[in-house]
Design a protein. Structure first.
Length: 253
């Protein structure tokens, strides 16, 4: 039994500079790197890739809405052509930096509102797939476990990875609880570890109403911008390993 443990990176320059980001990398297997949309620039991409390679982590692109003011977490109504172009441009920017380290992008995961809107919006999910396809179809597209976006990505010719979240509360329908609610984030390391174990061992997650939501996932996400993220990640990794779950990165082959 094994699972990938991923985290969104390269988003907060202060966390890169003070060592918080790299300390989190000790506990995970892959990184989703902000590449100029909601956050990130050439410098942060370069540093994040350099750190990730030190920890033997696989590299993924994390394109979001080009809305730095709202960190890509505000739903936008942009033309499909603009979204497609933005996604392609962001991935290409990260790939160019990765090439200087003789490495490449393994997976792509949309960020924030772009990701969450695509869970319910088939046209947006197709637009994401089109933007990624302009770069390459030889990458893994990550999407919310049990959501229609995964089938759309498959239909576009991509290998997919179903994703679940250790540090987010779920609704009974399997979607993530809106961040406007105080309990949307799981900040307690032990609770996050227990949720990760339930996901990896296919016991399902406990939703906001107490019901159990079945989850079949190949990767589990931890948000790097959550307060105490390194401690949460360490607890999750230790919990998974103690439960007999090996941590393995996503791979294309």
């Amino acid at each position: 039994m094994h699972i990938d443990l991923n985290s969104d990176m390269g988003e907060i320059p202060e966390q890169i500079a003070d060592g918080t980001q790299e300390s989190l990398m000790r506990s995970i297997t892959s990184v989703n790197i902000a590449c100029g949309g909601h956050a990130g620039d050439e410098r942060t991409m370069k540093t994040t890739i350099e750190q990730a390679l030190r920890w033997n982590l696989t590299i993924g692109a994390h394109p979001g809405y080009p809305d730095r003011e709202n960190f890509g977490r505000l739903e936008l109504n942009l033309p499909a052509s603009q979204i497609e172009e933005s996604i392609y441009g962001q991935i290409r920017a990260l790939a160019e930096v990765a090439e200087t380290f003789a490495t490449s992008i393994v997976h792509v995961k949309a960020h924030g509102a772009l990701y969450n809107q695509a869970v319910h919006n088939a046209d947006l999910a197709r637009t994401i797939a089109k933007g990624v396809a302009r770069f390459s179809k030889d990458v893994i597209l990550v999407g919310l476990a049990n959501s229609p976006m995964l089938e759309i990505f498959r239909g576009a010719g991509f290998r997919v990875a179903a994703e679940a979240f250790a540090d987010r509360q779920y609704e009974p329908n399997g979607t993530l609880r809106n961040r406007k609610f105080a309990d949307a984030l799981i900040r307690d390391p032990e609770k996050a570890a227990l949720q990760a174990i339930r996901i990896a061992t296919k016991q399902g997650v406990i939703a906001s109403d107490g019901s159990v939501v079945p989850i079949d996932a190949q990767t589990i996400c931890l948000h790097g911008d959550t307060p105490g993220a390194p401690q949460i990640a360490a607890a999750v990794a230790a919990g998974l390993q103690s439960a007999g779950v090996a941590l393995r990165p996503l791979t294309i082959s």
